[in-house]
Design a protein around this ligand. Structure first.
Ligand SMILES: *[C@@H]1O[C@H](CO)[C@@H](O)[C@H](O)[C@H]1NC(C)=O
Length: 255
């Protein structure tokens, strides 16, 4: 009776108080467990050695499994629509869409963490200009591709403003940068062989439908679109450049 009366008034009986305490303990345990879970996930992300150097897009990197299918008969939008044919405007657009958001605008807080300092954007000096290398590499590969079809591109490339001649010097640098990229990433996914009876010359034939762990390009592209730098005056010097010198950044505005 007494108990009921007290609980009715909002005062808790000892039994209820105990029950409440267990619920609190349960809640607390849950909170601690969830926090630990997130913390361990964060640790796992931080322990990805390919993300050790700071990039303003480190946090958007995700991985997924992709089966490459380069040698099937189907043609991708990045190839001429017909075998032995020439690319068309759609092919060009597909390529340019890969890297057209390539130059990015990042806040000063990100710029100060870069391994190589970069310049602020004139007129928007709290933000800095960078480009993620994936976009430069795609641009390079596109130049090599264009050089394959002189009848269509007349050895010219689009630099964002003008059509410029593609010279061998430029091509050689692009090929070499792609060589470095490939060896840098050293993809160890495996090709495999299958015995094929039905061939005119039965034998073990290589399969190139290799399965890879890939960075999710779409996520990185989304980041680039969000951070796209549309206008940049390359010929105006911005004043508050950050210069790391002997580990100390000089020239940084101190507020
Ligand atoms: C960029 O940083 C790397 C690594 O510290 C260094 O080797 C390179 O010389 C730097 N480049 C410039 C232009 O400072």
């Amino acid at each position: 009776m007494q108990e009921n009366f007290e609980s009715f008034k909002g005062l808790k009986s000892p039994r209820l108080r105990n029950k409440n305490r267990s619920i609190h303990v349960l809640w607390l345990t849950n909170v601690v467990l969830v926090t630990l879970l997130f913390w361990s996930l964060l640790q796992k992300r931080d322990s990805d050695p390919t993300l050790a150097l700071f990039s303003p897009a480190n946090h958007v990197v995700r991985y997924r499994t992709v089966v490459f299918d380069s040698f099937r008969n189907e043609r991708t939008p990045y190839m001429p629509p017909e075998e032995g044919g020439v690319p068309n405007d759609d092919t060009d657009m597909a390529w340019e869409d890969l890297y057209k958001a390539g130059i990015s605008r990042v806040p000063k807080s990100d710029a100060t963490k870069l391994v190589n300092w970069t310049v602020p954007i004139p007129g928007d000096q709290d933000h800095y200009i960078v480009m993620l290398d994936v976009f430069h590499q795609l641009h390079c590969l596109n130049i090599i591709r264009r050089a394959l079809y002189p009848e269509r591109y007349h050895m010219q490339m689009w630099d964002g403003h003008h059509l410029r001649p593609i010279d061998n010097e430029h091509l050689e640098h692009c090929v070499d940068s792609i060589r470095q990229l490939i060896t840098c990433h050293s993809d160890i996914s495996t090709h495999y062989w299958r015995w094929e009876d039905w061939h005119k010359h039965p034998g073990s034939r290589v399969y190139s439908q290799t399965t890879h762990t890939c960075r999710n390009f779409e996520k990185i592209q989304e980041w680039a679109i969000e951070h796209r730098l549309r206008d940049f005056d390359f010929f105006t010097k911005a004043s508050n450049e950050i210069h790391p010198e002997n580990g100390v950044r000089v020239g940084e505005t101190v507020y």
